[in-house]
Ligand binder design. Sequence first.
Ligand SMILES: Cc1cc2nc3c(=O)[nH]c(=O)nc-3n(C[C@H](O)[C@H](O)[C@H](O)COP(=O)(O)OP(=O)(O)OC[C@H]3O[C@@H](n4cnc5c(N)ncnc54)[C@H](O)[C@@H]3O)c2cc1C
Length: 500
Amino acid sequence: MRERVVIVGGGLAGLAAAAALAERGFAVTLLESRPRWGGRASSFVDQTTDEPIDNCQHVALGCCTNFLHFCRSVRIERFFHREQRLTFIGTDGAASTFSSAPLPAPFHLFPSFARLHFLSWHDKWRLAWGLRALARVDASTCQDESFLDWLNRHGQPPAVIERFWHVVLVSALSETLDRIDIGHARKVFVDSFLRNRRGWEVWLPTASLDLLYETVVEGWRASRAVTCRLQAGVETLIAERSDSQPAALVEPTAEPARDPAAAMPWSGWQVTGVQLRSGERIAAEHVIVAVPQFMAGDLLPAPLRSLPGIVDAARLQTAPISSVHLWFDRPITPLRHATFVGGLSQWLFNRSAIREGAANRAAANREVTTCYYQIVISASREVAARPQAETIRAVVAELAAIWPAAGEAQLVHSRLITEHTAVVSMLPGVDRWRSGQATPVAGLSFAGDWTQTGWPGTMEGAVRSGYLAAETVVRRYERCESLVQPDLPTALLPRWLLGL
Ligand SMILES: Cc1cc2nc3c(=O)[nH]c(=O)nc-3n(C[C@H](O)[C@H](O)[C@H](O)COP(=O)(O)OP(=O)(O)OC[C@H]3O[C@@H](n4cnc5c(N)ncnc54)[C@H](O)[C@@H]3O)c2cc1C
């Protein structure tokens, strides 16, 4: 018999776990409660334009080695375009281009840094010292300090904080600097800018995300590698003690018993399957729970809800991300994407230009008469608190100040989407509250960007968690190497100069 594994949650973590286990011959069933795959990185059809749009533009970087490995292994890499040029636009509308020079890391981006028009030479000098100090810091010695305090302690001028550190980190970690862990801030700069020449390159999906997942799932259906079911919400996991009492029926006692086992009520339990909301039961030797942290506990039978990973997850906070979708009657800029320095808008993605020539079904089947742009605003608490029309007006006004065509063009359609619990906030010391993928309960593992991966809540973090969860399953039956892909290699100079 092939060992049966049920994966609850068809986001990237669940999809990655399924891919890794199917490849190793396990009988995998992937269950997703919603009518679409992809979880927080998904698409839906906009009723007005009748085209599939992503809930928000998702980008990966060259340092996302596991996400890119996943895309290769499920053959969707062709839906991505590697961008080797970024454009930073200041509040004055002037643009600075960012690209690799033919120099070894960590100097490959120095000429681009030197050209940033919105920082003075003094600022750039302080920034270089700040980057060097950050690369050398032992983050474990300042776990409870915020990154903003660290920057101030290291003499970073306000202009550098606002126009560089904030700009990079708010889009990478979706948080403000006073709410960011030093170790996670360090990781962003070391992995993307300093370690390897390819780390900072931006990978953009050229098709809507649903097309990517449909391609993956279709492949699995054709090869019968994974049983994939949408609208198959799990109600509860089924667990048994060695005396076979079904745990799904056990309610928590008001008064904890005084025997030592009360401190570990999960001890001796084993997960044996899941029960769907429809009442259907699916037996399995192993269940991977790959749902967001605030949903995981509700799926567990009562004795398992006090698992340390679940109790600690209640301490994780989240940050919102908003995306403003704009359809103009003409192009407003030929740029495929841009990063804004200062102001409300943070990134612009020219979706019409990005998908041009790509295998996008909707665009291929009809005449495109509008130009579609997406503006991303991370850590968007203020946006979430004010009327949508106000935000859309403010964003269009910002675009018009930079590109007059945006003021002249007719805005044919617009919408604003805010994901209120978009990602886990990488608060100082956050990693101590993130669960591992293995649990002390036989047959149960966790996956999801909220679990301990060394990465923040990103597509890379989600895929890593899926691979790590798959590893806990494989190791029950056989010796296995780590399924997690290595980071980009650290070049020689960053090793010598920065001790990386
Ligand atoms: C607006 C926004 C923008 C982002 N931008 C980026 C970006 O540019 N780059 C990047 O790397 N990351 C980005 N992220 C983060 C990235 O999307 C997430 O880190 C990643 O998708 C999380 O994947 P996951 O599988 O861990 O969780 P999820 O995507 O949340 O998947 C969990 C799945 O479980 C399902 N589920 C829940 N309960 C049940 C149940 N009872 N039964 C069955 N299924 C269930 C859910 O429906 C969901 O599909 C962004 C996130 C958001 C919200």
